[in-house]
Design a protein around this ligand. Structure first.
Ligand code: S3P
Length: 449
C-alpha cells in the first residue's frame, strides 16, 4: 500500500511522487473570459448570463468591485447556477463609498482603470494586495492620461496602486502600446467605449483577443486589422447589450495537467472542453515541438471562442525554444514549461520573456529559486531561462512565494522528484484554480482503482 499521495497541513501540502496521472478533467472556466463577461455585462443594457464562470479569487475581486459600484451580480460559487449580471448601462456605475479592492488581480485593476476613467463626475480609488501594489500600472495609466486625457494619480506618478481615478470625458486617438499586453489593450478599448472619437491601438505583438471577440458579441463597433490582428480600433457610440456567455475551460489551467501527463511516467489524461483561442495556444505548439503525445478532439465554437478536448500521454520529450514573438501566446504557461524542460532530452531556451518579472511575482526568479531547491540546474538570464534536461529532481521544502502558477508548477515537479516535497503557500492556487489540490489527489488516486 502506497502512502497517501497528498497531505495538507494548514497552508502547506506534502506531495509523494511515484504515481501516474490518469482520468478525465474538466478544468475551471477561463479566467480572462470570466473577468470580461463580468465587466462587459456590468456596463451592458439588460442582463448577462454567464455559464461556466470561474469562481476563483481573481474573478471574485472583479465581481466585488462591480457590486461596490451598484451592479447586482448573483453568487459566483454556485456550480449549478449560471452567474447573472444585471447591467447598468455604459454610464450607470455609481461612485463607490470605499476603496475598490482588486486583491491579487492585475486584470481587475487594469481593466477597471480603463472602464472607470471615462465615468464623468465620479471618483474611484483602486488598490490591491502587496503583490498587486508592486506591479506596473503606468503601462495603462500613462496612455490613458497622455493620449486620452484621463485623470489618474497614484504613487510613482500614477504607476503604482493605490490609484485614484477622477472620471472625465475622454478623447480618442491613436495609441501604440509599449508591451503586447491584453490587459493594456483591453483597458484602452473599455476607455474607448465612451471616448469623444475612435480609439486605435497598435500592439508590438498580438496579445490575447478575448476583449475584441466579446465586445463585438455585446454589440460594440470593434475593427481588427494589421499583421496578426495587432491593430484594433473601437468606435464609440454603440451601447452594449447583455448576452448569454459560455465560458470555456482555461487553457492556462489545462497546461498544468498537459505538462503533468506529458512528464509523469504511465500518465494519460483527457481534458474536456478547453478554450483553444489561437492567441492562447502557444503551450500546445511547444508541447508538439517537444514531441508530446497530444491530440485535439471534438473541436467546436462557443460564444465566439474555439474549444476542444485534449488527450495527452506521457512519452519521450525533446527540448523547445520560446522567443519574444511566441511569449504573448503562452505568457502564463512559462513556469510550468520550465518544469517540462527539466524532463526533456536536450537544452530548452526561453527568451524575450521579461514580462514574467512583473507578474504576480518575478516568475523567472521564483521558479529558478524553487527548482534549484530541488537540485535542478537552471540558468536564469535577463529575459528568460536556459534548462538542460533531463535532470533528477530531489524532494525539497518549496514555497509558492504567494504565486498561484508557481504553486501548481511546483506540484508537477514534486510529483516527479525523488522523495517527498512540501509546498508552502499552496492555497495560492485558489487565485485561478479552486480545487486544484483535490483534483490532483483524485487523478493520482485512480492508480489504486
Ligand atoms: C490577462 C493577460 C495577461 C495574463 C494574465 C491575464 C488578461 O497579462 O498574463 O494572466 O486577462 O488580459 P498581460 O496582459 O499583462 O500580458
Amino acid at each position: 500500500m502506497m502512502s497517501a499521495p497528498l497531505q495538507t497541513e494548514g497552508n502547506s501540502i506534502t506531495i509523494e511522487p511515484g504515481r501516474s496521472l490518469q482520468g478525465e478533467v474538466r478544468v475551471p472556466g477561463d479566467k480572462s473570459i470570466s473577468h470580461r463577461a463580468l465587466l462587459f455585462g456590468a456596463v451592458a443594457e439588460g442582463a448577462t448570463t454567464i455559464h461556466g464562470m470561474l469562481a476563483a479569487e481573481d474573478p471574485c475581486s472583479t465581481a466585488e468591485c462591480l457590486r461596490a459600484m451598484g451592479v447586482a451580480i448573483s453568487p459566483l460559487g454556485d456550480k449549478d447556477q449560471p452567474v447573472v449580471v444585471e447591467g447598468v448601462g455604459l454610464d450607470g456605475l455609481q461612485e463607490p463609498e470605499d476603496v475598490l479592492d482588486c486583491g491579487n488581480s492585475g486584470t481587475t485593476m487594469r481593466l477597471l482603470l480603463g472602464l472607470l476613467a471615462g465615468r464623468q463626475g465620479r471618483h474611484f480609488v483602486l488598490t490591491g494586495d502587496a503583490s498587486l501594489r508592486q506591479r506596473p500600472m503606468g503601462r495603462v495609466s500613462r496612455p490613458l492620461c497622455q493620449s486620452m486625457g484621463a485623470r489618474i494619480d497614484g504613487r510613482a506618478s500614477g504607476a503604482l496602486a493605490p490609484l485614484s481615478v477622477s472620471g472625465c470625458q475622454l478623447q480618442g486617438g491613436l495609441i501604440g502600446t509599449s508591451v503586447a499586453s491584453a490587459q493594456v489593450k483591453s483597458a484602452l478599448l473599455l476607455a474607448g467605449l465612451t471616448a469623444g472619437s475612435d480609439v486605435s491601438i497598435i500592439e508590438p505583438n498580438c496579445s490575447r483577443d478575448h476583449s475584441e471577440r466579446m465586445l463585438k458579441a455585446f454589440g460594440a463597433d470593434v475593427q481588427v486589422s494589421g499583421d496578426y490582428g495587432r491593430h484594433v480600433r473601437i468606435t464609440p457610440g454603440q451601447p452594449l447589450r447583455g448576452q448569454e456567455v459560455h465560458v470555456p475551460g482555461d487553457v492556462s489551467s489545462a497546461a498544468f495537467w498537459l505538462v503533468g501527463s506529458a512528464v509523469t511516467p504511465g500518465s494519460r489524461l483527457c481534458l474536456r472542453h478547453v478554450g483553444l483561442n489561437p492567441t492562447r495556444t502557444g503551450v500546445l505548439e511547444v508541447l508538439r515541438t517537444m514531441g508530446a503525445q497530444l491530440r485535439v478532439e471534438n473541436r467546436t465554437q462557443i460564444t465566439g471562442e474555439p474549444v476542444g478536448d485534449l488527450i495527452i500521454e506521457q512519452g519521450p520529450l525533446g527540448p523547445f525554444s520560446i522567443d519574444a514573438d511566441l511569449v504573448p501566446r503562452l505568457v502564463d504557461e512559462i513556469p510550468v514549461l520550465a518544469v517540462a524542460a527539466l524532463f526533456a532530452e536536450g537544452t530548452s531556451r526561453i527568451q524575450g520573456a521579461k514580462e514574467l518579472r512583473v507578474k504576480e511575482t518575478d516568475r523567472l526568479a521564483v521558479m529558478t529559486r524553487q527548482l534549484r531547491a530541488m537540485g535542478a540546474v537552471v540558468e536564469e538570464t535577463a529575459d528568460g531561462l536556459v534548462i538542460d534536461g533531463p535532470q533528477t529532481l530531489w524532494g525539497a521544502q518549496l514555497d509558492s512565494e504567494t504565486d498561484h502558477r508557481v504553486a501548481m508548477s511546483l506540484a508537477l515537479a514534486a510529483l516527479n522528484a525523488q522523495g517527498s516535497s512540501r509546498i508552502e503557500g499552496a492555497d495560492a492556487a485558489g487565485v485561478s484554480y479552486p480545487g486544484f489540490w483535490h483534483q490532483l489527489g483524485r487523478l493520482q488516486a485512480s492508480d489504486d482503482q
